[in-house]
Design a protein around this ligand. Structure first.
Ligand code: NAD
Length: 498
């Protein structure tokens, strides 16, 4: 018996009235595990009405109280981390240990958000002129919307919801229709932590729901994470309707490998960064840029047996390196890119397309693939594959490698492996990419920094989480206050302070 999910509005489960449903799969089994309702305009309206009604009281809740609720929420999330990870892994397909890590990276944002009394402070300048003080406040915006992708069903809803809510906003999260189980549980736990009803709502659905969220005047800000074409559209529509919008898109993350790098270290780093979570991470390293043929030849020699021997299996089992991909369609898409790479003339060193797992023949499994001699003009290099496929590009110099990552349309993350501090520093300084790792493969910043790419990887201002999120989820009010014994003189010029 498959379960049927609901929406979560005003602290309660709500079936919705659309009678349209989508299938949620268990990717290991390749079977439908649940049905998820696709909201219509009325359902979305109900969620927005609840969020709007809850806003005044929540915005007026003292910052300490908001902080305490966030701290209790953090505690509950830690207690439920294994349960949340099971949900992630059963609907997304990433292996349990990886799912645990991804939940933790979300909890860290809840933990950071519980420091909101410090984060949301304004500024104060006393005595800027006779009896005049100048100060600023950071006020919440109102109803904020989060639209999230399939690949991090705990972490990304938590990035958005925790920061928006801690700042005094109410939220409506529209999760990916592929794995809605975890976001629904996150909203339930917020209420269990003492969060008021209507502050954290979840509406499930597809484009129909998103279109209402992007155009309804009650929505003040939209945070989106997903693929670049949809990010662009969301940004265009939301801003055209007067909303603040940050829209994070796809990626193609390069690792530059210099001849002085420890290649054992590089191979270890690449295995996890390219094939972990079956490559379905926006910070996965999908391109290894080798400076010199010697580096490339040695790396192929090191990687080939390891890619062939990847421990792939059911996402619920422990001790594995890779689970299945999220859906049959996504697996198909990745396989098409592999075929494209072959037809474009790249060398397919390891072909993961024929992988099957005995007993799980219907699962959406794919083996790891490794390409060598990929050229920058190839479409399979220009576009995001989002699967367990690593492409090696050979360049002659550091400068050529730096130019590759800089000129690629995407600019989410990148890393450099070297023992040369000056080269690493130049790379970090010059590369046109938002997040850089030095001898670190996946430079996802911690919760007290912030996450965001450049170029086609992000549209709009401000990053996810960190102080940047406080800027995104608040508007500044500045007050000039005069408390003086002296009489105010009339002045027809623009006020200037002496
Ligand atoms: P997606 O763009 O297909 O979907 C993202 C969200 O948009 C989902 O909630 C989906 O329901 C909704 N959506 C899909 N089509 C829509 C449409 N036509 N109109 C309105 N809404 C629509 O992305 P995905 O496949 O779920 O996620 C994978 C993508 O997300 C990859 O490209 C990956 O790189 C990217 N990603 C980026 C980051 C980042 O921070 N830059 C992080 C994680 C994932």
């Amino acid at each position: 018996m498959t379960k049927t999910y609901t929406h979560f509005i005003n602290g309660e489960h709500f079936t919705g009235s659309s009678n349209r449903f989508g299938d949620v799969y268990n990717p290991t089994l390749g079977k439908v595990s649940a049905q998820v309702p696709f909201a219509n305009q009325d359902d979305v309206d109900k969620a927005l009405a609840a969020a709007e009604a809850a806003f005044p009281a929540w915005a007026a809740t003292s910052v300490l109280q908001r902080s305490r609720i966030m701290a209790r929420y953090t505690q509950l999330l830690y207690e439920h981390q294994p349960e949340l990870a099971e949900l992630v892994s059963s609907e997304h397909g990433k292996v349990f240990e990886d799912a645990m890590g991804s939940v933790l990276r979300g909890i860290e944002v809840a933990e950071f958000a519980s420091g909101i009394p410090q984060l949301q402070k304004g500024e104060f300048s006393d005595g800027v002129s006779g009896g005049i003080d100048l100060y600023s406040m950071r006020k919440p915006l109102g109803v904020c919307v989060g639209i999230t992708p399939f690949n991090f069903p705990a972490m990304i809803p938590l990035w958005m919801a925790c920061m928006a809510i801690a700042c005094g906003n109410t939220v409506v999260i529209k999760p990916s229709e592929k794995d809605p189980g975890c976001p629904l549980r996150l909203a339930e736990l917020f209420v269990e932590a003492g969060g008021p009803k209507g502050v954290f709502n979840v509406i499930n659905g597809d484009k129909e729901a998103v279109d209402v969220l992007l155009t309804d005047e009650r929505v003040k800000a939209v945070s989106f994470v997903g693929s670049t074409p949809i990010a662009k559209e969301v940004y265009k529509t939301a801003t055209a309707h007067g909303k603040r919008c940050q829209a994070m898109g796809g990626a193609k993350n390069h690792m530059l490998i210099l001849p002085d790098a420890d290649l054992e270290d590089v191979a270890n780093a690449l295995m996890g960064a390219a094939y972990g979570s079956a490559g379905e991470r926006c910070m996965a390293i999908s391109v290894g840029v080798c400076v010199g043929d010697e580096v490339a030849d040695k790396l192929v020699e090191l990687l080939k047996p390891r890619v062939k021997a990847l421990k792939i299996g059911p996402s619920h089992e422990r001790g594995l390196e890779m689970g299945p991909l999220v859906t049959r369609e996504h697996r198909e898409k990745v396989m098409n890119y592999i075929q494209m790479g072959v037809e474009e003339g790249a060398d397919l060193v390891v072909d993961g397309r024929n992988f099957t797992l005995p007993g799980y023949e219907n699962g959406f499994f794919l083996g790891g693939s490794l390409f060598d001699n990929v050229k920058p003009h190839m479409r399979s290099y220009q576009e995001e594959i989002f699967g367990p496929v690593l492409q090696l590009v050979r360049v002659k110099t550091f400068e050529e490698g730096l130019a590759l990552a800089t000129e690629h349309p995407y600019g989410n993350g990148t890393s450099i492996f070297t023992r040369n501090g000056a080269a690493a520093r130049t790379y970090a300084d010059k590369v046109e990419v938002g997040m850089v790792g030095i001898n670190v493969p996946i430079p996802v910043p911690l919760a007290f920094y912030s996450f965001g790419g450049w170029k086609q990887s992000a549209f709009g201002d401000h990053n996810q989480y960190g102080q940047e999120a406080v800027r995104f989820y608040t508007k500044v009010k500045t007050v000039t206050a005069r408390w003086s014994e002296k009489t105010l003189a009339t002045d027809f010029s623009i006020p200037t302070l002496k």
